[in-house]
Design a protein around this ligand. Structure first.
Ligand code: NAD
Length: 509
C-alpha cells in the first residue's frame, strides 16, 4: 500500500518522498504520525497547522473570495465540473487511499469517491438554478423579489468515517454558491484530505484561479474550536459526534454565526409481520456491519414483530457467520477494522455494559488476534437481544453492535424507535401499506431520513441529508440544502412616481 500519494501525482510541499515517507506541513511545530488501522503501518507524518498559519490561511481565503464571488455562478460550476472529471480519473487511487487510511472496504472507498463525483455533477446543474422567488408587492408600481448571495468563508469540520465525501458535499455546493472553503478534516484521516485538496488545487491552477478558494488546515479539536469562534467564518458546517456539535453550536451561536450540524445517529429498522425477509436481511446486515458499524447511519437497533423475531434472529446469526473480517482492500472481506484501539475499547465496554443492563449476547464480542489483525482493531460484529429499559441503547457506540427488540403493535415499535436522543435515519420493512404510511406519517418516525424496504444507510446525494434532535438538525447535499450556504436578500423596487409606505401608513412631511 506504499506510495499511494505518489500514484495520485501530488506536489510538494504537501508530500515529499525524498525522505522515503509522505510528509505534509501545516507550518506548525507539532508533528503527528498517521498509521493505517488496516495493518498498523505508517502512512506518513503531518506537521499540524498552528494558530499563526491558520490566520494566514484565513487571509488567503478572504482575498480569494473577492475574485471567486465575482465570477458568474455557471462559471464557478464549470470549475466544479472539471473537479468532478479529475475525480473520475483518480477514483481508483483515491478510493484505495480512503480505504487504507480509514479502514472501510475498497468498494466503500470507491463509493465515497463516487459520491464526490455525483455531488459535483449535482452542483454543476445547481450553478444555473440558484433561484430566488418573485412576490407580488402590495404597493402599486413596486416589484418585490429575493436573491441569494454567497456568505464568504465556509468552514468545514469533518469526521474520520467519511474522510472525503462529506467535505465534497459541502464544498461543491459552497463553491457554486460563491463561497470559499477552509476544511479541517479529522486528524485521523488527513492524507485522504490532502489528496483531495491537491486534486482541486491543480484545477484552480489550470484555470488561473487563486488557491485560496480551497484551503486545508490539519489539526485536532483546537483548530476546530478556532474555526467555530472565528468571525471570519460565516458558516461552520460540522460533522461529527453530538459532543462536538454541542460545543460548536454554543461557540458559533455566541457570535450569532451560522452552522450546519451533522451529528451522531442511533438508527433503527422496524421489521413488521408482513416484511419480506429476503429484502430485509441483506439490508440489516449491511446497515449493521458495513464500514464496521462506523457510519452515522449504521443500523444500531432492530425492532422486530414478535411473530418474526426468532426466525429473523436465527437467519441473522447465520448471515453473521458468513461474514469475512479482514483487510478491507481484499474485496472478499466484508468487514474491516475499527479506526483505532480506543474504538475497540469502546466496543468491549459497551457490550459489557449492555450485558450488565440485562442484554443477552447472541453473537460476537471478540477482538481478532494474529498477524492478519496486527493493528488490534478488528472486532466481530455483535448482536445483543435487548429490552427497552436498557439505558445503553440510547447511546451511539461507533462499532458494529446491533441491539434487537421484539414488539407487539406498530405503535409500540415506533415508540421504541423514537425513544432515543438522536434522530438521523430510520427504516421499516413491510408489505403492509397501512403500516408503511403510519411509519411515514407525523406520528411515525421522528428522523430526518425515513426509508421503506431499504436500510438506514447509503443515502443518495439528490436528497437533503441530515437528522433531528441530537443529530443537529442540519441538512446537506441535495434538494434545497444549498440555501444554507447563501444569504437571502429581499429586494423591493419602487418604479412609480410617488412614495408609498407598506401597510397603508400615511406619513406626510
Ligand atoms: P468527533 O466529534 O470526534 O470529530 C469530528 C471532527 O470534529 C474532527 O475533525 C475533530 O477534530 C473535530 N472536533 C472535535 N471536537 C471539536 C470541538 N470541540 N470543536 C471543534 N471541532 C471539534 O467525531 P469522529 O469520531 O471523527 O466521527 C464519528 C462521529 O461523527 C459519530 O458520532 C458519527 O455519527 C458522526 N457523523 C455524523 C454524520 C452525519 O452526517 N450526521 C456523518 C459522519 C459522522
Amino acid at each position: 500500500m506504499k506510495n499511494l500519494l505518489k500514484e495520485l501525482n501530488l506536489n510538494p510541499p504537501y508530500y515529499n518522498t525524498s525522505s522515503g515517507q509522505e510528509h505534509w506541513t501545516g507550518q506548525g511545530k507539532k508533528t503527528v504520525v498517521i498509521k493505517s488501522p488496516v495493518d498498523d503501518n505508517t502512512i506518513g507524518s503531518i506537521q499540524l497547522t498552528d494558530k499563526k498559519s491558520y490566520e494566514a490561511i484565513v487571509e488567503t481565503a478572504n482575498s480569494a473570495f473577492k475574485i471567486w464571488k465575482a465570477m458568474p455562478a455557471p462559471q464557478r460550476g464549470e470549475i466544479v465540473r472539471q473537479f468532478g472529471d479529475a475525480l473520475r480519473k483518480e477514483k481508483e487511487n483515491l478510493g484505495k487511499l480512503v480505504s487504507y487510511e480509514m479502514g472501510k472496504s475498497l468498494q466503500e472507498g470507491y463509493g465515497e469517491v463516487q459520491e464526490m463525483i455525483d455531488i459535483c455533477d449535482f452542483a454543476v446543474g445547481l450553478s444555473r438554478q440558484l433561484y430566488g422567488l418573485q412576490m407580488h408587492s402590495e404597493r402599486p408600481n413596486h416589484r418585490m423579489f429575493e436573491q441569494w448571495h454567497p456568505l464568504g468563508i465556509v468552514g468545514i469540520i469533518s469526521a474520520f468515517n467519511f474522510p472525503v465525501a462529506v467535505w465534497a458535499w459541502n464544498a461543491a455546493l459552497a463553491w457554486v454558491c460563491g463561497n470559499v472553503c477552509i476544511w479541517k478534516p479529522s486528524e485521523k484521516t488527513p492524507f485522504s484530505a490532502i489528496a483531495c485538496q491537491e486534486i482541486f488545487k491543480n484545477i484552480l491552477k489550470q484555470n488561473n484561479l487563486p488557491e485560496g478558494i480551497s484551503n486545508l488546515v490539519i489539526g485536532d479539536s483546537e483548530i476546530g474550536k478556532l474555526m467555530a469562534s472565528d468571525q471570519n467564518i460565516a458558516l461552520v458546517s460540522a460533522t461529527g459526534s453530538t459532543r462536538m456539535g454541542k460545543d460548536v453550536a454554543e461557540t458559533v451561536g455566541k457570535r450569532l454565526g451560522k452552522s450546519i450540524l451533522e451529528l451522531g445517529g442511533n438508527n433503527a429498522i422496524i421489521v413488521t409481520e408482513e416484511a419480506d425477509l429476503n429484502v430485509a436481511i441483506p439490508a440489516i446486515v449491511f446497515g449493521a456491519v458495513g464500514t464496521a458499524g462506523q457510519r452515522c447511519t449504521t443500523t444500531r437497533r432492530l425492532i422486530v414483530h414478535k411473530s418474526r423475531y426468532q426466525d429473523l434472529l436465527e437467519k441473522l446469526k447465520e448471515a453473521y457467520k458468513q461474514l469475512n473480517i479482514g483487510d478491507p482492500l481484499n474485496e472478499t472481506n466484508h468487514v474491516g477494522p475499527l479506526i483505532d484501539t480506543d474504538a475497540v475499547k469502546a466496543y468491549l465496554k459497551t457490550i459489557e455494559e449492555a450485558q450488565n443492563q440485562g442484554g443477552q449476547l447472541v453473537y460476537g464480542n471478540k477482538v481478532l488476534e494474529g498477524e492478519a489483525f496486527k493493528s488490534n482493531c478488528y472486532v466481530t460484529p455483535t448482536i445483543i437481544e435487548a429490552n427497552i429499559n436498557m439505558e445503553i441503547v440510547k447511546h451511539e457506540t461507533f462499532a458494529p453492535i446491533l441491539y434487537v427488540f421484539p414488539y407487539d403493535t406498530l405503535k409500540e415499535a415506533i415508540a421504541i424507535q423514537n425513544n432515543v436522543p438522536q434522530g438521523l435515519s430510520s427504516a421499516i420493512f413491510s408489505q403492509n401499506m397501512q403500516h408503511v404510511e403510519t411509519f411515514l406519517s407525523n406520528s411515525g418516525s421522528d428522523c430526518g431520513i425515513a426509508n421503506v424496504n431499504i436500510g438506514t444507510s447509503g443515502a443518495e446525494i439528490g436528497g437533503a441529508f441530515g437528522g433531528e434532535k441530537e443529530t443537529g438538525g442540519g441538512r446537506e447535499s441535495g434538494s434545497d440544502s444549498w440555501k444554507a450556504y447563501m444569504r437571502r436578500q429581499t429586494c423591493t423596487i419602487n418604479y412609480g412616481k410617488g412614495a408609498q409606505l407598506a401597510q397603508g401608513i400615511i406619513f406626510n412631511v
